[in-house]
Design a protein around this ligand. Structure first.
Ligand SMILES: Cc1ncc(COP(=O)(O)O)c(C=O)c1O
Length: 410
């Protein structure tokens, strides 16, 4: 266990690829994927996820911000990239320089984009979101035809796609989402009648892809499924595996006497002698403070409860049931450990939030270990990438696998 890393995320790229193939199976052969890699690919590492996606033939990537797009371009990504959030006019020059395609929702921006195309002496792609009920961004449905007609007439502007977004395609009642599909389809037909034919049309996020048979259009625009998680409602049979696991280690094991208090606000007073483990994770890593006195972790394949408040850097657990636990032991915050599993969904519920938020708020101080064939292939950290640490991580993985195999035999 020589790996000089106390808290990390494991990103299993084989699982990611298998999930992508499963999403393709759901979509059918005629449908391509727009993989959503915003927020650092939901915390998985956008550069590495984009590389794996490109190798799998994903057609298009979606980011939220200009800088997310630039990060991918600097890493050598050549796939088309759409910014799903509106860009500001002041971001246009950088978007053009880096070959990033905006989602355009107002004519002023569209004209500025056209001017940029003229200046660059080449056509520039853009996408148009139509708001059929998300109530967030895009062009109002009733203004969409007029807007698109004016947009496609602007010099140098190449319409790449028209899309819409579902606010509740995972709801018990799919009535609103189904109506969105009907209205969106009718709009696309009206546009075609006026001679506006976007080369690609897309609507389905993960929930739409599995719950709305009719929402496939040309691309599935998914994140969650690719990262191995089902939306709360999921009507399709799917084989998915979580790509991310969040892990830390015991940095201290202590015997506290009766009467000792634990952590800020002294919410726990030991009624008896307690064996506690100090885990190198806190809200400064993105581990929610709401898990104080509520959440669980896995140590040596056993569930252990959190004792007291989660602090910025450290969290205490009760090791009463794990007498063999030692400093340096791996602690699973979500993910699996031998036969034991602590689902992301449980941690999200304990954190009073969504799995999305848990994944994408895991911070920069948490290393990422990318795994292929069950072995670390790359380790990134706050202080950069390290091949030596990647090799040490490989030793850690080997020892861990041996320990699991030994436990199974005994
Ligand atoms: C516009 C848009 N499309 C697609 C997605 C992907 O959603 P999901 O991860 O649920 O598939 C998102 C994510 O929030 C989004 O904002």
């Amino acid at each position: 266990m020589a790996m000089p890393v106390s808290t990390w995320v494991e990103v299993d790229l084989d699982r990611f690829v298998a999930n992508l193939r499963e999403v393709r199976r759901v979509g059918g052969p005629e449908r391509d994927l727009l993989l959503v890699v915003k927020a650092d690919a939901y915390g998985h590492g956008a550069v590495e996820i984009a590389e794996a996606a490109a190798a799998e033939g994903v057609a298009q990537l979606g980011v939220a911000t200009l800088h997310e797009g630039i990060q991918l371009r600097r890493a050598g990504c050549t796939l088309p990239i759409v910014a799903l959030s509106p860009l500001l006019p002041s971001e246009i020059d950088e978007a053009v320089t880096h070959g990033l395609d905006p989602s355009v929702a107002d004519l002023e921006f569209a004209r500025a984009w056209s001017a940029a195309a003229t200046a660059a002496r080449r056509p520039l792609r853009c996408h148009v979101e139509v708001d059929t009920g998300m109530g967030r961004t895009g062009v109002l449905e009733r203004e969409a035809e007029a807007f698109l007609e004016q947009l496609v007439a602007l010099p140098g502007v190449r319409l790449a796609s028209v899309y819409t977004h579902f606010p509740d395609a995972d709801a018990p009642d799919l009535g609103f989402a189904e109506d969105q599909v009907r209205r969106f389809r009718a709009l696309i037909e009206r546009l075609a009648a006026r001679g506006v034919r976007p080369p690609r049309v897309h609507a389905a996020n993960s929930a739409g892809a599995v719950n709305l048979g009719d929402a496939g259009f040309d691309w599935l625009r998914v994140g969650l499924l690719a990262y191995g998680h089902r939306p709360p409602r999921c009507d399709r049979q799917l084989t998915l595996a979580p790509v991310m696991a969040f892990k830390s280690r015991l940095v201290q094991v202590r015997e506290l006497p009766p009467g000792a208090s634990i952590s800020y606000a002294r919410t726990v007073i030991a009624g008896r002698a307690l064996r506690t483990g100090v885990v190198a994770v806190g809200y400064g890593h993105g581990y929610s403070w709401l898990l104080s006195n509520r959440g669980h972790m896995l140590v040596r394949g056993r569930r252990v409860p959190i004792l007291g408040r989660v602090t910025m850097d450290l969290t205490m657990v009760d090791l009463g049931e794990v007498p063999d636990a030692r400093v340096g032991d791996e602690v699973v915050l979500f993910g699996d450990q031998g036969e034991a599993v602590l689902p992301l969904e449980e941690v999200a519920a304990g954190s009073e939030t969504l799995p999305y938020e848990v994944m994408c708020t895991i911070g920069k101080r948490v290393s990422r270990i990318f795994v292929r064939g069950g072995r670390p292939v790359k380790l990134t950290s706050l202080v950069g990438e390290s091949e030596a640490w990647t090799r040490q991580a490989a030793d850690h993985f080997r020892q861990r696998a041996e320990a699991v195999a030994t436990a199974r035999r005994s």
